[in-house]
Design a binder for this molecule. Sequence first.
Ligand code: NAI
Ligand code: 15L
Length: 263
Amino acid sequence: MARLILLTGASGTLGRLLAPRLAARGYRLRLSDIAPFPDPLPQGAEFVRADLADEPAIRALVEGTDAIVHLGGISVEKPFRQVIDANILGLTHLFEAARHDRQRIVFASSNHAIGFHERGETLDATDPMRPDGYYGLSKAYGELLGSMMFDKHGLESVHMRIGSCLPKPTEARHLSTWLSHDDLERLVVAALEAEATGCAIVWGVSANTRSWWAGDDAARIGYAPQDDAERFAPLPEEGDAITRRYQGGSFTAIDYSKDGAGQ
Ligand code: NAI
Ligand code: 15L
């Protein structure tokens, strides 16, 4: 019998992209989101509407599944109360629900967990996180939660620090941060299929010539990206001086009020 994968955030941009691709690979899918699934259900898929903030609902959602791809939640910078409900509470409910049967969680973390590193730096996944807002902070929490859950309970997780997952790059920053749709699929499948992952951190990027990111667990889980944003170069720079200075781009400039801005 094919494995049953819970895909949260199924009604969002990346969920709608991945659902038919995972179904085509033979996985059975339990799709879930707070919003209805707008497309025809892929072969062998069911849809369960649930709010990540609703703990009993998330426990029921996880029951009987073999692994989880967690894309659900707030996906941009928002006031912290909104971020807390979906991303902090929601993620904790999910990990707690998976503790008993130890379903591996493949978590959509984000480059905004490290967004305040400058663009000139090349980072290892072990470099200090420098979240660029409450959204990035919630992703940093997710990665630390995964670490604690593995050390304390043996619950495995793969944290995909996704850059910019788009059909194609549209601005200069994306030449470093782009994750092609095909590479996203490769990464998720590698994370699901790897024999053992422990708590792994993998940059969610294509093999970009101008990448800022190295030193992660990609090889260990068998992720080998195939695309490179370089074929779209050159692309225009976007935004103000703060946006252009930091890896997190425009998210770093939101509500930025440091004295001597940019120092
Ligand atoms: P999206 O915003 O299109 O999809 C997120 C989905 O989560 C939405 O369908 C929304 O209804 C659902 N959701 C929000 N609050 C919820 C709640 N309380 N309960 C249940 N469902 C809830 O985001 P997108 O672009 O598809 O991204 C998917 C994931 O990947 C997100 O976690 C995002 O943070 C992460 N990511 C995406 C990147 C990208 O380039 N698209 C880059 C880095 C990370
Ligand atoms: C993210 O984390 C967001 O979910 C996505 O909408 C993009 O803004 C992306 O980062 C990015 O940094 O390009």
